[in-house]
Design a binder for this molecule. Structure first.
Ligand code: NDP
Length: 493
């Protein structure tokens, strides 16, 4: 069952209208479960990106969206949440068909977007300045103003969720938005665009330009009207965005990769830990920036825990996301599948043991799609590529330790610092270890878990700035200090 037919056609969304690209280019959008086209989209270029920036700038200045009344924006964001909630099933179907994740996962994503919109709607009329005591007869106060046009560049692994995670607070603060979704997965962002109109967001305040990152993305970021950029994706592109943003001195939020450790202490509840570990690496077919991809286990429980995780991996039903029995869908593209299998093959040749999965599924009917089995690899050296680099697929590497110090050293031995998980029954010890882990987010006895109200961001090369949480709306504002000389006027008696 497919949510779309291959004849479905999407345009760019600029100024409240669905437009063809200025060059007239279109491309097919694929279903990773079948590698067949499910729709086509217009593919924008430099001219379309510039046009979107012009329209967004005009709307920011003239539509009234940025004016003081945050409750108006709160109501529009709340209406958007309700509209998305009503159509959650259709959005989930589309996300699954375009990206590959299971319907259950896609429903979870859409529910998360609804919660994000509701949460951020509640902040839209609470953007406040301060009064500051200063010497003499003066009044000193601050204003929080929207930035202007904000650019958002999103990846393919959580197409709508990661786009709206930064778009929603930018809208709440009164900005206008130009979103560039990943070329592989643009459909839910384009479908969402139509909802913004229904919800009463003025034309031109929310725009979507599909097109190649190097062309459309870079044009958006370097445009003189771009006042901030929020990027989620790979470290390489993140560095490029940082260079471009630095040249224009604009603020940026970068949410980049991870190689997250999962540290199991000897006293952990191993059944619970095994389930959490499997969820944290096989969820979304491992295509999660914060996947718990390095399992760090003490020698005495190594065999028992690996056997439990491998059993879960072997028992998982892999299949098309649209089938209700599927527990893990395909990876997003043929290229991604080859890349992931390449990591496993390289580890195998270097002496690693593949205790579960490891290959593409070559039997029909799954052979047509980008399916591989959940994979567990042991006997890996800490300096091996599968341990050091982000695989971005369902591949768990297992490392051993003999002392807690060694476990913490191994956990922190990465250029990334997005997330770390810890499994133990000793909660006092857990809080102490949590402080020693170099990661922006730590879960204790939980797989990777977050909420719109929890800050989300990484240390080290995992990024700069935070998404989510109460302060996120402020990140899309600038602060102005106003000082007033009250002169010699005296209060009237
Ligand atoms: P990419 O970095 O290739 O792409 C991300 C987005 O950037 C896409 O929209 C892409 O467009 C665009 N892009 C590509 N090149 C440029 C450029 N030169 N200038 C501006 N934009 C550009 O990553 P993937 O989408 O392939 O996602 C996988 C990677 O993202 C993984 O490494 C993963 O760790 C990381 N990630 C991090 C997350 C986090 O929250 N920290 C969340 C999700 C992923 P196009 O699609 O057209 O190439």
């Amino acid at each position: 069952m497919s949510a779309e037919s291959s004849s479905a056609e999407y345009g760019l969304f600029i100024g409240g209208a669905s437009l063809p690209s200025s060059r007239g280019d279109r491309r097919p959008v694929m279903d990773p479960a079948t590698n067949r086209a499910i729709a086509t989209t217009a593919v924008g270029g430099v001219d379309d990106a510039r046009h979107a920036m012009e329209v967004a700038d005009g709307a920011f200045r003239n539509s009234g969206w940025a004016d003081d009344d945050g409750s108006r924006r709160a109501r529009a964001l709340g209406r958007l949440a309700r509209l998305l909630e009503e159509r959650a099933e259709a959005f989930a179907q589309l996300e699954t068909t375009n990206m590959g994740k299971t319907l259950r996962e896609a429903k979870g994503d859409i529910g998360y977007v609804v919660r994000t919109l509701d949460y951020v709607a509640g902040l839209a009329d609470k953007i406040e300045g301060e009064t500051i005591p200063v010497p003499g007869a003066r009044l000193d106060y601050t204003l929080r103003e929207p930035l202007g046009v904000t650019v958002h560049i999103a990846p393919w692994n959580y197409p709508l969720l990661l786009a709206i995670r930064s778009v929603a607070p930018a809208l709440a603060a009164g900005n206008s938005v130009v979103l560039k979704p990943a070329s592989l997965t643009p459909l839910t962002a384009l479908k969402f665009a139509a909802l913004t109109q229904e919800a009463g967001v003025p034309d031109g305040i929310f725009n979507v330009v599909v097109g190649p990152g190097g062309e459309v993305g870079e044009t958006l970021v370097t445009d003189p009207r771009c006042r901030s950029v929020s990027f989620t994706g790979s470290g390489e592109v993140g560095q490029r965005i940082a260079e471009l943003a630095a040249r224009r001195i604009i603020p940026m939020t970068l949410e980049l990769g991870g190689k997250s450790p999962v540290v199991v202490l000897p006293d952990a509840d191993l059944d619970r830990a095994a389930k959490g570990i499997a969820f944290g690496i096989f969820g979304n077919a491992g295509q999660m920036c914060w996947a718990g991809s390095r399992l760090i286990v003490p020698d005495p429980i190594h065999e028992e825990l690996v056997a439990k995780v491998a059993k879960i991996a072997d028992g998982m039903k892999v299949g098309p996301g649209v089938e209700s029995t599927s527990e893990m869908g395909p990876v997003v593209s043929k290229e991604q599948l080859e890349r992931v299998v390449g990591f496993v093959e390289e580890a195998r040749s270097a002496g690693a043991t593949v205790v579960a999965g490891g290959q593409k599924i070559a039997d029909p009917p799954l052979a047509e799609g980008n399916f591989l089995r959940p994979t567990v690899v042991t006997d890996v050296a800490p300096d091996h590529r599968v341990v050091r680099e982000e695989v971005f697929g369902p591949v768990l590497s297992v490392l051993r330790y003999t002392s807690l110090d060694e476990a913490i050293r191994l956990a922190n031995d990465t250029r990334y610092g997005l997330f770390a998980a810890l499994w133990t029954r000793d909660l006092a010890q857990a809080h102490i270890v949590a402080r020693q882990l170099e990661a922006g987010m730590v879960s204790i006895n939980e797989p990777p878990t977050t909420f719109p109200q929890s800050p989300f961001g990484g240390y080290k090369e995992s990024g700069i700035g935070f998404e989510q949480g109460r302060r996120v709306v402020e990140a899309y504002t600038r602060r102005k200090n106003v000082i007033v000389n009250l002169g010699s006027a005296k209060p009237k008696k």
